[in-house]
Design a protein around this ligand. Structure first.
Ligand SMILES: *Cc1c(COP(=O)(O)O)cnc(C)c1O
Length: 353
């Protein structure tokens, strides 16, 4: 059942690639010619197939619409100077996908379906992986409850899809953040560690309120005391006080980001001091006041590292210094050099397609 000797590929008869301006790509709004689709029925995954990218039709009673069983991953495919295609730690995405599936009472997906399926899709849509510096093919594997019924229980049918979008470098610009004390992204015993669609839906409203106040993004604090900094929007957060790079430990409430853990390993390799521990809001405010707060940045696949220029807390704004040779910039260069096969990969993270 869990072995795919060959994936059926139905190629598009009308490629859209000629309409794409690969020199001016934005992020995630143009979609490649093909997608992988795989159905779970009668207690088993059917064989995945690759078909032309197209709308899907769903019964109005599909449980995704009512009970929100929906999870996803975010990955990238990179093309090097020779035209070879690379992924970055893809097995970790598969592992996390199944962790998310389990938490949402959804069926786990065999590794082979995820990885061989993705590799086949990337070969079919190879021309869609941009070559331009900083550009990549953003990959979105996702699964949702397609089975129907108004009964509040897990669905009996699911759909797994991988779609992709050629994307330019993700420039977040200067990000001003608001430390949030009213709303929470996640809670103890909740689903914060899962990449579940609903986690995002719940973030939009507090983020809109922050934007209305002149900020770009929310810094989430722990739901219990709001004393500890946990994540930056949908990214993990790093704070540099003096020369120590600090990030919060993963937990029920914090997503175990692949960028986060890679940055920790690279930072150690670069001889930077790192600490994985709770980050007190008051220590960050204090450091901002006494000039020892050097950097804050978000970390995630899309932007890799997103520098924070300042933060708001209890109606006061704090600015961060502009550094010439920031840890954030150094770490971003090192990780993207590995991703694009521009440097050695002593960690064994790069994965050839
Ligand atoms: C996806 C995600 C991240 C980053 O994970 P990466 O594996 O580095 O892309 C961080 N926080 C949240 C809430 C996320 O959903």
């Amino acid at each position: 059942m869990n072995s795919i000797a060959q994936i059926v590929v139905e190629k598009t008869k009308s490629s859209k690639i000629g309409q794409v301006d690969f020199d001016h790509l934005s992020f995630g709004n143009i979609f490649s010619d093909h997608m992988l689709v795989c159905d779970y029925r009668n207690g088993a995954w059917e064989l995945p197939k690759i078909i032309p990218y197209q709308p899907i039709s769903l019964d109005p009673a599909s449980k995704i619409f009512h009970y929100g069983q929906s999870i996803f991953e975010g990955m990238k495919a990179y093309k090097d100077k020779e035209g070879s295609i690379w992924l970055f730690r893809p097995l970790d995405n598969h592992k996390r996908f199944n962790i998310s599936a389990k938490r949402m009472a959804m069926p786990e997906l065999p590794e082979e379906f995820f990885l061989e399926g993705l590799k086949t899709l990337l070969r079919v849509d190879e021309a869609w992986i941009p070559k331009k510096e900083g550009s990549s093919l953003y990959i979105r594997p996702f699964m949702f409850a397609s089975g129907k019924g108004f009964h509040a229980s897990p669905a009996d049918e699911y759909k797994f899809i991988i779609a992709s979008a050629p994307s330019g470098a993700y420039f977040s610009g200067k990000v001003k953040v608001l430390i949030e004390e009213t709303y929470s992204r996640s809670a103890n015993g909740g689903v914060g560690y899962a990449k579940a669609g609903g986690n995002y839906a719940g973030q939009f409203y507090p983020t809109q309120l922050a934007i209305q106040k002149g900020y770009n993004q929310v810094i989430w604090t722990d739901d219990n005391t709001h004393e500890y900094i946990e994540e930056a929007g949908a990214m993990n957060i790093f704070v540099r006080i003096k020369d120590t790079l600090i990030t919060a430990p993963t937990s029920d409430r914090i997503l175990d980001g692949i960028t986060r853990k890679s940055i920790l390993d690279i930072a150690k390799d670069e001889g930077m001091q790192t600490e994985v521990r709770k980050i007190n809001v008051s220590e960050v405010v204090e450091a901002a006041k006494n000039g020892t707060l050097m950097e804050m940045f978000g970390a995630g696949t899309a932007a890799v590292i997103s520098p924070i220029s300042g933060f708001g807390y209890r109606n006061k704004d704090y600015e961060l210094p502009e550094l010439a040779n920031s840890y954030g910039a150094r770490l971003k260069k090192r990780i993207t050099d590995i991703q694009y096969n521009r440097t050695e990969d002593p960690f064994g993270w790069r994965y050839r397609v």
